[in-house]
Design a protein around this ligand. Structure first.
Ligand code: NAP
Ligand code: MG
Length: 402
C-alpha cells in the first residue's frame, strides 16, 4: 500500500512520562504504517525544556502560528518535587499556559462518547463541548483583607482623561475586597474563536453570563459576542446553526435537560467549574479531548489529561500498564484531519476518520483499558494492557484501510 502524502508539516510537540511512551506507540503502530508523516518536531519533554531554558516551548508555539496545526503530548508542569526529580534550573511555567498566551487561544474540551458508557445525565445523547475563556476575571484579581471599618473605593485613572471613582462599600467592620478585570480585546478573541469553532464543527453555540446582575462587566461580554456574531451570522444561517445567549443559571438548567451536541461558551470561572462537572458526568478523563483555537484560526490538539505519572512509575519498574490512549489518538486524528482539510487532502481526512472509527470499533467490541472497565454497561469488557489496546485498534485499522 502506498502511504498517504502530506504537503505541509504538522507541528509535533512531544511530552513527558506515560503519555510520551503512548505517543511513540501511537506513531509506530497507528500512523507511520499508513501516513508519510511530515512533522516539524519539538521536544517539549521536561529535560529539553530545561536544557533550552524553555525556548523550545516558545518555538513550538511560533511554529504553530506559522503552519496553523499542531498536536501536543501531555507535559509536566514543574513543581518543587519536579525541581528535585529533574534537577531543573528553574521552575518553568506550564507549557500549555505559554502556548495559550502566545496564540491568544481558547480551549475547547469535548468528551469521546460510546454507547456502552452512559453519561450520568441520562438524556445526554451527544457530547457537550465547553469553551472556557482563559483570561482574567477572578484568575487575575487582586484582593484585600479588610480588618477595620473604612471606605472601599474603585478608582480608574485614564491616560487620556477618563477619571472614575465609585464607592464599593462602607465597611462597618472586617471583611474582604476583590478587584478584577477583563479586556475587550481578549473577550473579542474569545468570541471569534467560539464562532469559528462552531462553524468548523457544525454545532450550535450557547453563551452564558450573569448580565442581569453585572450590567457593565458581564454586559460587555454579551455585547461583544452579539457584535462579533454579526460577522458570522450569514455562515451560521447557511449552515442552519444557532447562536443562543442566555443567563448562566438558565443555561445550567437547559444543559441538564438537553440532548447535548452543542458548544457551551463560558466565562473563565464558569468554564473552570462547568468543564469539570460536564467531563465527570460523561465518564473518564482519559476520554476527554482538548483543542486550542486562536482567533485567527490556528489549532493545537491534545488530550485533556496529564502525563499519567502513576502509570509511568509502574512502566519504569517493568510492570504492566493499561493506560488509555484514546484522547491522545484523537489529538492526532483531529490534527491530521484539520491538516487534510486545510491542504485539500481527502485521503488524509479519510485516514483520520478511519483511525477514529477503528478506535470506536475496538471499544464497542468491549476491548478496553482498565480505567473504562468499571464504567461499561451491557457489554462484558475485556481489559487489555497499553500494547494490547494499540494492537486491537491496529487490526481494525488495517481492515479499514485495505
Ligand atoms: P493525570 O496525568 O491526568 O492523571 C491523574 C489520574 O487520572 C491518573 O493517575 C489515572 O488514574 C487517571 N488517568 C488520567 N489519564 C489517564 C489515561 N489516559 N488512562 C488511564 N488513566 C488515566 O493528572 P496528574 O497525575 O494530576 O498529573 C500528572 C502530570 O501531568 C503533572 O506533572 C501535571 O503537571 C501534568 N499535567 C499536564 C497536562 C497537560 O499537559 N495538558 C494536564 C494536566 C496535568 P489512576 O492512577 O487511578 O489509574
Ligand atoms: Mg477546574
Amino acid at each position: 500500500m502506498e502511504k498517504i502524502k502530506m504537503t505541509t508539516p504538522l507541528v509535533e510537540m512531544d511530552g513527558d512520562e506515560m503519555t510520551r511512551i503512548l505517543w511513540k506507540m501511537i506513531k509506530d503502530e497507528l500512523i507511520l504504517p499508513f501516513v508519510d508523516l511530515k512533522t516539524e518536531y519539538y521536544d517539549l519533554g521536561l529535560p529539553k525544556r530545561d536544557e533550552t531554558r524553555d525556548q523550545i516551548t516558545v518555538e513550538a508555539a511560533e511554529a504553530t502560528k506559522k503552519y496553523g496545526v499542531a498536536v501536543k503530548c501531555a507535559t509536566i508542569t514543574p513543581n518543587a518535587q519536579r525541581m528535585d526529580e529533574y534537577k531543573l534550573h528553574e521552575m518553568w511555567k506550564s507549557p500549555n499556559g505559554t502556548i495559550r498566551s502566545l496564540l491568544d487561544g481558547t480551549v475547547f474540551r469535548a468528551p469521546i462518547t460510546i454507547p456502552s458508557i452512559k453519561p450520568a445525565v441520562r438524556n445526554w445523547e451527544k457530547p457537550i463541548t465547553i469553551a472556557r475563556h482563559a483570561y482574567g476575571d477572578v484568575y487575575k484579581s487582586v484582593e484585600i483583607r479588610v480588618n477595620e471599618p473604612g471606605t472601599a473605593k474603585m478608582v480608574f485613572d485614564g491616560k487620556d482623561g477618563q477619571k472614575e471613582e465609585v464607592i464599593i462599600h462602607e465597611f462597618k467592620g472586617p471583611g474582604v475586597l476583590q478587584g478584577m478585570h477583563n479586556t475587550d480585546k481578549s473577550i473579542r478573541s474569545f468570541a471569534h474563536a467560539c464562532f469559528k469553532f462552531a462553524i468548523d464543527t457544525k454545532q450550535d453555540l450557547w453563551f452564558s453570563t450573569k448580565d442581569t446582575i453585572s450590567k457593565k462587566y458581564d454586559g460587555t461580554f454579551r455585547k461583544i459576542f452579539e457584535e462579533v456574531y454579526e460577522e458570522y451570522r450569514a455562515k451560521f444561517e447557511e449552515l442552519g446553526l444557532e447562536f443562543f445567549y442566555t443567563l448562566i443559571d438558565d443555561a445550567v438548567a437547559r444543559v441538564i435537560r438537553s440532548k447535548g451536541g452543542y458548544i457551551w461558551a463560558c466565562k473563565n470561572y464558569d468554564g473552570d467549574v462547568m468543564s469539570d462537572m460536564v467531563s465527570t458526568a460523561f465518564g473518564s478523563l482519559a476520554m476527554m479531548t482538548s483543542v486550542l483555537v486562536s482567533p485567527d484560526g490556528k489549532y493545537e490538539y491534545e488530550a485533556a489529561h496529564g502525563t499519567v505519572t502513576r502509570h509511568y512509575y509502574k512502566y519504569l519498574k517493568g510492570e504492566d500498564t493499561s493506560t488509555n490512549p484514546m484522547a491522545t489518538i484523537f489529538a492526532w486524528s483531529g490534527a491530521l484531519r484539520k491538516r487534510g482539510e486545510m491542504d485539500s487532502l481527502p485521503e488524509l481526512v479519510n485516514y483520520a476518520e478511519q483511525l477514529e472509527a477503528a478506535c470506536y470499533e475496538t471499544l464497542n467490541a468491549g476491548i478496553v483499558t482498565k480505567d473504562l472497565a468499571g464504567l461499561m454497561e451491557g457489554v462484558t469488557p475485556t481489559v487489555v494492557n497499553s500494547e494490547g489496546f494499540m494492537k486491537a485498534i491496529r487490526e481494525r485499522l488495517d481492515a479499514r484501510m485495505k
